[in-house]
Ligand binder design. Structure first.
Ligand SMILES: N[C@@H](CCC(=O)N[C@@H](CS)C(=O)NCC(=O)O)C(=O)O
Length: 237
């Protein structure tokens, strides 16, 4: 592979695979997208060889066949490699640390609760997950006020690291809303986030990857059935 070749291995439905694709669009970098067709039942050799530790998408390739795994690590690599384009991480070290803090909170604490809303579970567990999801959305509304400083995105005038980290979950959040018949990000409680979500989803660097909610819900039902049948962890969603 030539040094300049850029490839992303992912799936259309993967919120994590969306992250490097948005970052590449923001930096105006051309790349090839390789769809991992049977992620749950029959992983490709390319995936197994390039991400032997987690066996998950996305995997990023930038020439020389050297794979990079983990979506947010890939986004940071893209930001550092194509540094002449708009900066994705804030340039201020404190703001950078704050963005990383919230991104880690979303990945490690908030999103697992969103995922669990699609999996059959007891009433008490469901209530607790719902409360965590709503609390997280309220926290992000507050964080938005501080990070955006009155502009359209967490990153200011342009989409940044935290926009990518949070925005990539919007499709699955909508699926959770659909499955539970309840708005989890609503106009009355988090008005600025609702506006932000609209701006994010319609942004030129994002709109082609934001999945249709019904199509994603249909896919979620297939995945959930497989997860239950195979007895694998819900984090595969
Ligand atoms: N922390 C990882 C999560 C990646 C992830 O969970 N990917 C899912 C698809 S959305 C996957 O590959 N699942 C397959 C599996 O768990 O076997 C990242 O940010 O890249």
């Amino acid at each position: 592979m030539a040094r300049s070749e850029v490839k992303v291995l992912g799936t259309w439905a993967s919120q994590f695979a969306m992250r490097p694709r948005i970052a590449l669009n923001l930096k105006s970098v051309n790349y090839e997208f390789i769809e991992e067709k049977k992620l749950l039942e029959d992983k490709s050799q390319l995936l197994l060889q390039s991400n032997p530790v987690y066996k998950k998408v996305p995997v990023f390739f930038h020439g020389d066949n050297k794979p990079i795994c983990e979506s947010l690590i890939i986004v940071q690599y893209i930001d550092e490699t194509w540094s002449s384009g708009p900066s994705i991480l804030p340039t201020d070290p404190y703001e950078r640390a704050v963005s990383r803090f919230w991104a880690a909170y979303l990945d490690n604490t908030w999103y697992p609760a969103v995922q669990s809303l699609g999996i059959p579970q007891g009433e008490e567990a469901k209530k607790a997950a719902m409360a965590l999801v709503e609390e997280g959305v309220a926290l992000m509304e507050e964080a938005f006020g501080k990070c955006s400083k009155g502009k359209a995105f967490f990153g200011g005038d342009e989409i940044g690291y935290l926009d990518i980290a949070f925005g990539s979950y919007l499709g699955w959040l909508r699926v959770a809303e659909k499955f539970n018949g309840k708005k989890l990000m609503d106009e009355a409680k988090t008005p600025t986030l609702v506006n932000w979500a609209e701006s994010f989803c319609s942004h030129a660097a994002v709109k082609d990857f934001m999945p249709d909610t019904d199509k994603l819900a249909e896919y979620a039902n297939i995945v959930i059935a497989k997860i239950i049948a195979l007895g694998v962890a819900p984090e595969t969603l």
